[in-house]
Every structure is written in C-alpha cells, then in structure tokens.
Design a protein around this ligand. Sequence first.
Ligand SMILES: Nc1nc2c(c(=O)[nH]1)N[C@H]1C(S)=C(S)[C@@H](COP(=O)(O)O)O[C@H]1N2
Ligand SMILES: [Mo]
Length: 422
Amino acid sequence: MSRERSAPATRRGFLKAGLAAGGAVATGGAARAAAGDPAITEIQPWMQELGPGVDEFPYGMPSPYESHVRRRNVEWLTADPVSSINFTPIHELDGIITPNGVCFERHHAGAAQVDPAKHRLMINGLVDKPLVFTMKDLMRFPRENHVYFCECAANSGMEWRGAQLNGAQFTHGMIHNVMYTGIPLRLLLEEAGVKTNGKWVMPEGADASGMTRSVPMEKAMDDCLVAFKMNGEALRVEQGYPLRLVVPGWEGNMWVKWLRRLEVGDEPWHHREETSKYTDLMADGKARRFTWEMDAKSVITNPSPQAPLTHGKGRTVLTGIAWSGRGTIPRVDVTIDGGKNWHEARMSGPSLSKSMHRFYFEFEWDGTPLLLQSRAHDSTGYVQPTKDELRKIRGENSIYHNNGIQTWYINEKGEAENVEIS
Ligand SMILES: Nc1nc2c(c(=O)[nH]1)N[C@H]1C(S)=C(S)[C@@H](COP(=O)(O)O)O[C@H]1N2
Ligand SMILES: [Mo]
C-alpha cells in the first residue's frame, strides 16, 4: 500500500469517525487527524521491516519504551543496598497484579542465591515427628492459588511527621500483589504433628540475615502458605526463591523468604524484628507490639507527583489502589477538593480478601488546582483514618503502620505534589 493512495482516505475516515463520536475533540483525535498527523501519514520503520522472529527472546521483556517502569530506591534511607528497600512503581501499573519484575524488594542481607537442589525445609521443635523436606518432596503436597498483597509495615513510614517524599512509588510502593501457588502451612504442620503445647511457629530464612519471626499457631493453621510460585512462575530470587512464607494480610516482615526452617514453640521468641524493629513507639514511651494485621489503606496512583496531568483540562481519569489485611474493600471514596465533596469511586477487577483492589474516578478537570484524596472502607466496616486522626492515637514517634489518608496537590499546570491538609 502506498502512502499517496491510502493517507487521504484515512484522514477523511478519521474526520467522519470523530464527528460521529462527538466526544473525540476532547481527546484531540479529530484535530490531530485534520492536521495530517505524521504518525498517521508517514510509513513507520516497523511497517517496512521484519521484526525479530520467535525465539529471539526466549524469556520476554517489556518494550524498551517502558524502561521507566522500574523499581527505585531512596538512597539516603539506608546505609547500604544489601540491607535496604526499593519501591514498586505503582504509578505505572494498572489492574491489581504486580508484575514479578517490579515487585519491591526488602532484604536484610541481600537476595540469597539459593540452589533449589540443596534447599531443605525443616520442621522441628514441639512436634511429634521432626521432618525435612526437599523441594521435590514439597511438590507432592496439595497446593492452592491465592492473590495476596504483601506490604512492609514501614510503607509510608517516612510520612508520619509530615509530607516528605514526592511520588506514590516512594510514599506507598512497599507493596506488591501477586498470585501465589503454595502448600497450606497447616498441611505441613499436621504432617509433623504439633504437640498440644505448640502455640507458636518460628519461620527462619536461609539468607545471611537468618530472618526469624514468631507467628501464632492460629494464623499458621488458618491461611498461611509455603509458596513456591508467584504469578504462575517460580518465585523470583528477590522474593525468596525457591520458597517463601505467605502470611496473608499481615506485615511483610513475617513473610520469611528463602524459608528453610519452621520451629514450633510454646511462646514467642522476641527476636529483633518483633522488639527493636516493627513495633510502634507510642507517645508515653511504651511500644505497641505484635501489630501484625495491616489496616485498610488506599492511595491515588494517578495523577501523582511522578504521573502529572499533562493533557490540560477536560476528560480526566483518576485511579488508585486500596487494600485491607482484614478482608475486601467494598468501597473507596475520592475527593478532588480536599474533602469538601466526596464521591464514591468505581471499583474494577476482582475483589479478593487480603488482595489489592483497583478504583477509578473519571471527571472533567476545569483546570483549577485540586486536592486529591482517597479513603478506603473495608469489609469489617473500618474506614481509613486521616493522618491527624492517626497521630492523635499513636503520637509522632512511629515509623510503622501508617495507613493515613494521602493528599496530592495538583496545580494549574497539572503538576502534582505531596502535601498535607491541616
Ligand atoms: N529471609 C528473609 N525474609 C524476609 C526479609 C529478609 O530480609 N530476609 N525481609 C522481610 C521484610 S522486612 C519484608 S517487608 C518482606 C519483603 O518481601 P519482598 O522482598 O518480596 O518485597 O520480606 C520479609 N522477609
Ligand atoms: Mo519490611
């Protein structure tokens, strides 16, 4: 097909379609066609040459035009990248599933490079029959598939005392949401036979940090999984390959990666991660402890500081994510005027317990500054608090478990900034 022959016809077709649709002017469609958009009239290189054949990339990667969709860290947060954290680019994603390659990473001693043939899972302590499983042994247990969010208790921790980091990725990106394939922990514990005084389980990681936490037996027997796949493929090295504990709805620190041992005991171990870390220091100097469940939370991912409005006034799509460690999110409210008027957002996609939910709010932007907020309601009736309400109860010393409402300020140019409304 030649350019001379096809281009004018295409232009006329576009004009007609634009008039028929009526709304096309708002998004620039008809105007662009009328101006002879070279993206339409010129023959592009990819129309003239053959692309790579099958097998050129046996394991596919995103388009090079998507290279900005990546994890990022905040260098000043930690002294060294092996005991550090990076953040999921939530402002670049949609739907509810986090692609494996951009799931945030939190390591206390770097990502252990484990050979699955040499990996073992031991169950010992207060059990009738101590057991050791190879990966092959584990593949013979019944497995289940569940979508769960994993949120580090420190997510939004830098925002306790005021708005600080400019980007949803940095304020709320210590979270990922994937489908796990794993064995119910209950089945493995039942195989070993928990003694009547076995009330706690201690998962231990095979990385150099030897990560350990105390998990109450009721939770271990309820919905925990010993997972080996995420989004259908083997766990990524960063996420604990070949085995990780999944503790649905509870803080990410308990989701021990590179899982090598489960010890059953009669009381909690009071290890570092449940004493000096992952506890909430209150105003009176006492610490809240064993605050495992992640409270309902939401954030608008677009627009946000890394994803400004660049299209000017008119048709605008606002979207974000919401989740609760206690169940589903039946409702999210959104305001674009700093809380004067609230609107019920439109939920879209699966509503699964202890999983991320996606919400949208479409509106006509009049070009004036906006104050955007979202407020999640969970299936227990709990409503996400403001940051001030949270500070009233918990003081200002905390780092962990900040689920307060986030505010983005949008100026006339559509640029977004992290702010707080007092
Ligand atoms: N073995 C081991 N497990 C671990 C950690 C670790 O450093 N070592 N970090 C924990 C913390 S603090 C969090 S928030 C989650 C993060 O999981 P991710 O790296 O898959 O995002 O893993 C947890 N499990
Ligand atoms: Mo964490």
